[in-house]
Design a protein around this ligand. Structure first.
Ligand SMILES: Cc1cc2nc3c(=O)[nH]c(=O)nc-3n(C[C@H](O)[C@H](O)[C@H](O)COP(=O)(O)OP(=O)(O)OC[C@H]3O[C@@H](n4cnc5c(N)ncnc54)[C@H](O)[C@@H]3O)c2cc1C
Length: 506
């Protein structure tokens, strides 16, 4: 590449999780070839939540050169093997959405289809018995996934729960050591190139002008650059995902250090429990159409297992996204690009995939619009797929004990989701594209957990020898139980591997 065609300077607005993750990844990728400046306000806070992740965070950390043990100690992180959903199908139901595949999907294709055939004949255990993550989580056991080819423990995929505030602080240290410039200041307005409308600089309250070639909007829900300076509209999805409020509070840990998140459905929304090493994160997500703030806060405080450790953090949001995520020379990453409620812990993942996409389509100084088009197309597909997955949790329910559940159960859902549910209901098949974030493990867990039972299986399944299949499944079930029984306790694993938090309590 000819040096004078490079983007020389990238300006990131915002010092929350999105801002520092972006700065860490760009500084790792470009070194000193691109100047990186991060501007954040010390008057406007960060959103202050965001503690549960999904497995690709591990790849991201490898990609940006983060040492796992150092990160765990710095953020008080614990491990996560999936999410337990309580009360989502009906008030007494529980199911687990695990990471890692069910069974040995790669060895015998159509693992779920063969299982369906055996299930019809009453010759096989529940599908959840074939997930190592589910079995380990049930007993609070944990070990990292094996990297040995053919080892079933390859399927013990995991992510982390961590302290989001500490995470941003930790990444900030990494970035500053790598030469990222850090400015404290409130952006009041953007300056534009009068010919093409591109942003040329950020005017700060101090009077300083921070100029750049490419601007990354990580300013949170305010979307100061993409939304306010460039006027890109917000697409509102609250008719499908009506939750629009959250209240959150950390508390002392009194119950087990579970290697999973708990999501408990309530009459007006749902509640999370996320255990960290030094505290437990709790929150209630609800809609002000179906509950008062007082009722949600009462539910939050009544459900705490220990003393609260901070005041309640109250957050308002609207489910949806910016109509384009990259416009002119501004790319929005994090809450500035949109938000879906944290039901499947996807926001930090969206930050990560946006960063990877930005690096893939990183423009030269000509800013060819085709780069933005490719970026926007992929970003749209990603968030729409996740949107459908979240809607499934609400729509496929037996609950009708409150106005919220009656609404979501009967609402019209996107055609893309309707089609997917119908195909599964008909013959247990899933039409998932390779690039989708949630693959068959996730859809199987939630479709079955939410009570959708396939009418039959694919016709080719009837050609198999049932006795041989039944034998293979029962051997596998026995083998999985044996493997899991040898795993260490989650809390003991953290201690024995010297991953204990180096942080003070909040
Ligand atoms: C209730 C709730 C629970 C969540 N739980 C999860 C979860 O479990 N897992 C997950 O992956 N995600 C979760 N998220 C999402 C997650 O919190 C965010 O995706 C993540 O923190 C990124 O936020 P951000 O950096 O985009 O924005 P913010 O944290 O809001 O940061 C914005 C930054 O912009 C700066 N800024 C704003 N305006 C200006 C200005 N004018 N001048 C200068 N600086 C400015 C602020 O100072 C701040 O530094 C949750 C979100 C909510 C609301």
């Amino acid at each position: 590449m000819v040096k004078d065609k490079w983007i020389d300077k990238v300006v990131i607005l915002g010092g929350g999780t999105a801002g520092w993750m972006t700065a860490a990844a760009l500084s790792h990728t470009f070194g000193h070839a691109v100047e990186i400046v991060l501007v954040e306000s010390d008057a406007i806070g960060t959103v202050g939540v965001g503690e549960a992740t999904i497995p690709p965070i591990r790849t991201f950390h490898q990609m940006i050169g983060i040492d796992e043990a150092e990160f765990i100690r710095a953020t008080g992180a614990t491990f996560k093997l999936g999410i337990e959903f309580r009360g989502w199908l009906n008030e007494n139901s529980t199911y687990f959405h695990p990471f890692g595949a069910y069974g040995v999907e790669r060895d015998i294709g159509y693992f779920f289809q063969y299982w369906l055939r055996l299930k019809e004949k009453g010759q096989v255990a529940d599908f959840s018995e074939f997930s190592l993550c589910t079995l380990a989580a049930r007993s609070n056991l944990f070990a990292p996934a094996s990297e040995r080819p053919g080892d079933p423990l390859q399927h013990l995929q995991s992510a982390y729960h961590f302290d989001a505030g500490r995470y941003a602080k930790y990444l900030k240290g990494v970035c500053i050591a790598r030469g990222v410039s850090h400015r404290i200041g409130d952006m009041l307005a953007a300056e534009h190139n009068p010919e093409n409308g591109h942003v040329t600089g950020l005017k700060l309250k101090s009077g300083e002008l921070v100029t750049g070639d490419l601007f990354i909007d990580c300013s949170g829900m305010r979307a100061m650059l993409l939304g306010q300076a460039l006027g890109v509209d917000y697409e509102d999805w609250s008719h499908w995902l009506p939750m629009n409020r959250a209240c959150a509070v950390p508390c002392e840990q009194k119950l087990a250090l579970t290697p999973y998140t708990i999501s408990t459905a309530r009459p007006f929304g749902w509640q999370w429990r996320i255990p960290l090493q030094h505290r437990v994160g709790n929150g209630v997500v609800y809609s002000n159409e179906f509950a008062t703030d007082e009722a949600a806060e009462r539910c939050l405080l009544d459900g705490l297992e220990g003393e609260p450790l901070a005041p309640i953090n109250r957050i308002k949001f609207t489910a949806g996204r910016r109509k384009t995520h990259w416009h002119k020379n501004v790319v929005a990453i994090g809450l500035a690009s949109g938000f879906l409620e944290p039901l499947e812990s996807t926001s930090i993942q969206f930050i990560q995939s946006s960063i990877q996409r930005l690096i893939r389509y990183f423009p030269d100084a000509g800013l060819a619009p085709v780069c933005a088009q490719a970026f926007n197309r992929e970003a749209t597909r990603e968030i729409e797929n996740v949107r459908d997955f979240l809607i499934l949790h609400y729509h496929a329910t037996e609950r009708d004990d409150s106005e919220l559940w009656r609404y979501v159960k009967t609402m019209r859902i996107p055609d893309s989701l309707q089609e997917r549910i119908e195909l599964f209901r008909e013959r247990g098949q899933l039409n998932i594209a390779a690039e989708e974030l949630f693959q068959s493990t996730s859809w199987h867990a939630v479709l079955l957990g939410q009570g959708i039972r396939p009418r039959t299986y694919m016709p080719t399944m009837a050609l198999q020898d049932d006795a041989m299949l039944a034998n293979a499944y029962s051997n596998l079930e026995r083998n999985f139980k044996k493997i899991v029984s040898r795993l260490p306790d989650h809390a003991a694993y953290i201690k024995e591997h010297r991953l204990t938090s180096t942080m003070e309590r909040p």
